[in-house]
Every structure is written in C-alpha cells, then in structure tokens.
Design a protein around this ligand. Sequence first.
Ligand code: ZN
Length: 361
Amino acid sequence: MEQVGELGQHKLGKARVLVVGAGGLGSPALLYLAAAGVGTIGIIEFDVVELSNLQRQIIHTESTIGSSKVASAEAAMKNLNSSIGIEVFDTPIGRDNAREIVSQFDLVVDGSDNFATRYLLNDACFLEGKPYVWGSVLRFDGQVSVFGWAEGPCYRCVYPIPPEPGTVPNCADAGVFGAICGVIGSMQVSEALKIILGVGDVLSGRIAIFDALNASVEHVMVARDPGCSLCGDTPTITELVDYVALCSGNQPGERIDRSELVALLNARARGEAAFELIDIREEYELIHGLIPGSVNRPLSTFDVESFGIAAHSDPSITGEIILYCQAGVRSEYLLRELAARGFSQVRHYGGGYIDWVAGAG
Ligand SMILES: [Zn+2]
C-alpha cells in the first residue's frame, strides 16, 4: 500500500501496542494487529475461555474452552503471524500495575467491558503520555474514540462522572450482537495503525457511533474540558485512584476492601469473628484458585429464596455473609437480591478475586 510502504512496515515492526482484554473487542483487535505485523503486542487479560464467549470472541475456539484467554489468544496470533512478538500478562490490570505496564507500550487499545477499567486506563495513559484507543459495544451499538491524543480530550472530559451502577446494562445482561465487536474492534485497530504510521485524521475530539440496525455512523464532537480533573488546567488527579470505589454506588458499609477482608479473616482465625465468605463465581472460573477460607457457591445455582429462609431459621448461621465474585458486579447483584428479601447481614468484597490477586503481589 502506498501510504504504508517500506518505511511504514519498519514503523509497524518497531511498534508496541497493548490490548487490554481478549474478549469481544480484543479478539478482532489482536488478530488484525498480528496480521498487520505490529512488532510487539501486549495482551492483558485474566479470564478463562467459555463456550458462551465464542459467539463474539472470535480469537478463541472450541478447543481452547477452559484455558486462559491470554494463552488461547497468543496461540491464535502465533498461528497467524509467527514473526511478531507477544507479551502476555495473565493478571488483572489495576491501580498497582497499570502505569508500569502501560509505560512499556506506545499506545493502548481498550477491549475491556467495565467502567472501572476505562477510567483506570484513561488515567494511566494520560499520566504516561500514551494515546488511549477506547471502544465500547452494547446490543447493536458501538462507539470508538481516541483520547489523550494531541490537543484532544481525555475520557474524563467527556464522562467526568461514572454512571450509577445498574443504570447502564453490561454486556452480560444486555447481550451484544457479535458482529458489532468485529466492527468496533477493527475500527480501534485502524486508529492504532494510523497513529503508528502517522497517516490520516486520528479520531480525536470526535466519538464515532456505529448503529448496526441502520448501518449508520454518526460523529459527535467532543472537546478537551479545561476544568477536567485529569487533563484540565488545574488537575486534581495526579496519580491513580481507587477505580472500584469510584465506579461503585454502594452504600457505606455494604462494600469492604481487601484490607478489611484480610483483617476479618485474621479475626475469624483467632475466633474473634464469625462470618461466611462465599465465592459465587462459577466452577470454570476457579482455575486460578479462590480466596483461602472461602466456600464456592456458584451464582447460577444460588437459591436466593431458600438461602434467606435458612439464614433466618438456622441458629448455626449467626454471623454475617461476605460475598465475592471476579470483579464485584455479580456479588453486588446478589447482595441486592438478598437485601430485597430481608437478609441484611451481608456485605460484599467489591474488588473481587481480581483485586485479591492484584493485592497479593
Ligand atoms: Zn480530560
């Protein structure tokens, strides 16, 4: 191609791109980056391939069900292009490692599906001076933009406050039209390659909104906000913050953090506290382990109705219940379900297993 040429190939070969998430958006993004010959591609992901992913997470196959997504993605990319370098991070991305990892790459393609990770990546990218290629999908719609590029806005300029939990449905609840992931993930790669090659108009200061139902693309203009808490004239955010708390609408006292959980577990070991720590993830999610001292009761088979009755009538259940899942979304949901049935002795570990592992290092 004329715009790429030999110099362009050289630029691509030297480029380092980090993709966060090897799911719906990460799948096409990783494959196109590998096919384009981007020299080094980083993948950070801490999930396991399951059958229900395959409808949209096209980098994974039936034969990789049950294995880690990073391993599955790495194998597919090597198959496609053996000359590229791949750096895998089979770990959750969080406040403790984000800047260090982001700093090793030229730009970040966000394939995550939650607000806490988006704010985290936006901030980490801005603080490290790296472009943040954002994408998001829901049902039949998708959005793309590049934040932290040239004089353009950051994600916080456009979305200064995270939405209240529960007001924006997530992909798991609302579903995603599989092919939309291909459109949006490919658009993200297209932006990444334009930045690397120095061609075209980077999608900065604009959000492209794709509506699959009428095949339309609209552009909404967005500008840098001089009052932005991150990239504004007098920033108040100068280092990473607690993104789980930022994006959690919990009442005080409903949510505990890692240090509180550790203290409670220690107190229980000394016989000074009584509670049950329940891991509500599904069995296939336990390949990395679970928090010591917890019992697994998968949400899919959790009997909310009879649990409340048993807890009220069974004198052996005297303490409270602490729930956790992978990232705090399902545990919060179950907490609400139990509270709605009058069972108030329940809190949840909002960071979930991801936060537990991130804090262990
Ligand atoms: Zn900003």
